[in-house]
Design a protein around this ligand. Structure first.
Ligand code: ADP
Ligand code: MG
Length: 385
């Protein structure tokens, strides 16, 4: 199933050297664009009409008299009526003619149907095309099955509402804004059923989604998103890198926890429902003694991905964890592509990435460096799918 990798690799024969770095204009596009131009490549952002100005105006590259960039990092912007139009035959042809390598982000896999990416999108993807689908919780084979096969700790699954016995989180899409979350927590079946009624009445949760919802134990602990990179171009022992760590700010959830308990209780009922909408990120480091385990988890993920989704993970990926009371990271979500929080390292890098690369190294820059190296060594085919 899916496009044969050889067919995609064959496209590279007609690509210019070095190729152009393209990405969908949302999510982490600025990191990717900044990284590309820092490494001397050309950046291209595929934007949607109405949401293009960040790229087409505010971060657009301005060149000086000598042709060098004096401002911005987005060299080219193609404004499409809808993101999904990037997969139209005409756009695909244009991308190939331009020599574009597509860096996948969550905007790509949210706005372009996964089936289209897997079966119709004849444009090289820098990363693991077949792994984008593992993020879909309702798929039979998803990141949970991969993590389990890798022996990576995940929050214990709760078999159903009536088996809830301790604080748990129910994961399902928002009733109407399908790309957002309708998550809620419950500590016992009674709380579950009371909250469901309340959330259904408020249009946050749709009853039809509940049967397919994932219920898992809530890990009480801080969130650390580990931004890794895997390179197939170097000896296996050097393949895995930890480039950075981020955390999220989630709309009113973060607002609520900034209020003293007494004030929280004074809020109207509706304002007390935490909403898990990501609105920003911060940067973190982890207690050093935990790093050993973090690398072990990263290595296990790489190995499991190689055996289940050959050629396995290529380039950036993110393990989203809560660190439990005993100091162990528990993985509750995975991004088999650039994570959503890497903009915190844009232009600056992160202590881990910089320590490794002896200078500022963001995820976007690392992707561009991989493309540049692969291209100069004639090995581009190894980093794309
Ligand atoms: N098992 C869990 N324990 C504690 N918090 C969790 C758990 N699962 C998710 N969360 C919280 O919910 C947020 C979103 O969860 P996640 O599984 O990453 O959803 P999505 O796939 O929509 O990104 C996380 O950033 C974290 O704050
Ligand atoms: Mg997540």
């Amino acid at each position: 199933m899916g496009l044969p990798r050889e067919e995609i690799q064959a496209l590279l024969e007609r690509y210019p050297t070095p190729p152009v770095v393209a990405t969908v204009g949302s999510h982490s596009a600025l990191d990717v664009a900044d990284g590309a131009v820092t490494e001397g490549l050309v950046s291209l952002v595929l934007a949607e009409a109405g949401r293009e100005s960040t790229y087409s105006r505010y971060f657009l590259t301005v060149r000086g008299a000598g042709g060098d960039r004096v401002r911005g990092c987005v060299d080219e912007v193609w404004v499409l009526p809808h993101f999904s139009d990037l997969a139209s035959p005409a756009s695909q042809e244009r991308l190939r003619t331009r020599g574009a390598l597509l860096v996948p982000n969550r905007a790509l896999s949210s706005y372009v149907p996964l089936g289209t990416i897997e079966n119709d999108l004849l444009v090289p993807i820098v990363g693991s095309r077949s792994m984008l689908r593992i993020e879909e919780r309702t798929e039979r084979e998803n990141y949970y099955t991969l993590l389990e096969s890798a022996g990576i700790p995940t929050p214990p699954v709760v078999s159903g509402p009536d088996a809830i016995d301790g604080l748990s989180i129910v994961k399902l899409p928002h009733a109407s804004r399908r790309l957002e979350r309708g998550f809620f927590t419950a500590a016992n079946p009674t709380e579950y059923h009371t909250k469901v009624k309340h959330l259904v009445d408020r249009g946050i949760v749709a009853r039809d989604d509940l049967a397919r919802a994932r219920i898992e134990r809530y890990v009480v602990g801080p969130v650390f998103n580990f931004n890794f990179f895997f390179s197939p171009l170097v000896p296996r022992a050097e393949g895995l890198e930890l480039l950075g760590v981020d955390e999220r700010r989630e709309s009113n959830l973060d607002g609520l926890v900034r209020l003293p308990a007494a004030q929280q209780l004074e809020l109207p009922e509706a304002d007390r429902i935490p909403v898990y909408t990501v609105v920003g990120h911060g940067t973190l480091t982890v207690r050093e003694s935990i790093l050993d385990e973090v690398f072990r988890l990263g290595e296990r993920f790489v190995e499991a991905s190689r055996s289940r989704y050959p050629p396995g993970i290529l380039g950036p990926f993110c393990l989203q964890t809560c660190i439990d009371a005993a100091g162990h990271p528990v993985v509750f979500d995975v991004a088999a592509r650039i994570g959503g929080g890497t903009n915190v390292h844009l232009g600056l890098g992160h202590p881990y990435g910089n320590a490794l690369w002896r200078g500022p190294m963001s995820t976007g820059r690392r992707i561009a460096l991989e493309i540049r190296r692969a291209s100069s060594e004639g090995r581009l085919a190894e980093v794309i799918t």
